[in-house]
Design a protein around this ligand. Sequence first.
Ligand SMILES: [Zn+2]
Ligand SMILES: [Zn+2]
Length: 349
Amino acid sequence: MTKFSLPDHPHRRFNALTGDWVLVSPHRAKRPWQGQVEKAQNDSRPAYDPKCYLCPGNERSNGDTNPDYPGTYTFVNDFSALMQSTPDGGFTDGELFVAESERGICKVICFSPRHDLTIPEMEVEQIKGVIDVWQEEYRTIGQVDFINYVQIFENKGAINGCSNPHPHGQIWASKSIPVEPAKEDKRQKEYFERHATTLLSDYLEKEIASGVRILSQNEHFVALIPFWATWPFEAMIISRKPAQNILAFDDSERRALAAMYKNLTVMYDNLFEVSFPYSAGIHQSPTNGKDYPWWHFHMHFYPPLLRSATIRKFMVGYEQLATPQRDVTPETSAALLRSLPTAHYKKSV
Ligand SMILES: [Zn+2]
Ligand SMILES: [Zn+2]
């Protein structure tokens, strides 16, 4: 019997943040990477689209008109999934039928007045403007008495289910702590109680020492493919300091986060020379007024693409019924992303 090795043999990896597992089957990806670039249709868009409900000066479906905003623009989602006016209450019928009222606030943040830009094509200072808004929204929405968690996220690309190409993100803030942050809260708390340090501080230290999954680093943030990544090019941005939430970041730290957000998304765009779709978002401490010393600020990036601009990974079959699975190892994905030019492909022609 040969000795077990991570790069060669099927194995399952533990997700220390959530307690979940992922199945890795590297033998299925043994063939060398073909570097196949199947270019998508030209995705050029106008800087202004008169039919876009997010462009400056345009009318939205509820009759409001967007101002002629120069930077970012934030408004309450016209189709909010959560409402402030929902009454408290619930429904139970024994232990098997349980529901409870959920109150919340949903907002949209336009990242730029330019219809044709995305984060990797924006300047760091413009991206910092987005991060400044995230900080301010986290502060103000988090202060609302019935809001206990503020989920900030971005859903980019039609293949990923995004309905409008105008660069924008969302905030869904809720009374309850959602499922994924709740899993991470439990795991981080247990770790902190055992070690008196944050789980992600210790994790980051070991990742930096090893380097195999690191994508990019600056003074305050590190981008990497997590050891337990499920999606082919799943990534995280983690703050070097164990910040509970975005309020802990000063001006230069927010600029460093903007630079890392750009670095990572430029890598993504350069991979298949296409505007790379992903869902991304921040995980940070709940906003119920309690102290969360075990929470460590980070962003997750979940891109659906697998081998080209048009081939996406599906989580179906075994993944739905048993355990999420991947072929290419996180280490191989990281090496591939690291090998790409750092300038955006549209700017290097
Ligand atoms: Zn637009
Ligand atoms: Zn997380």
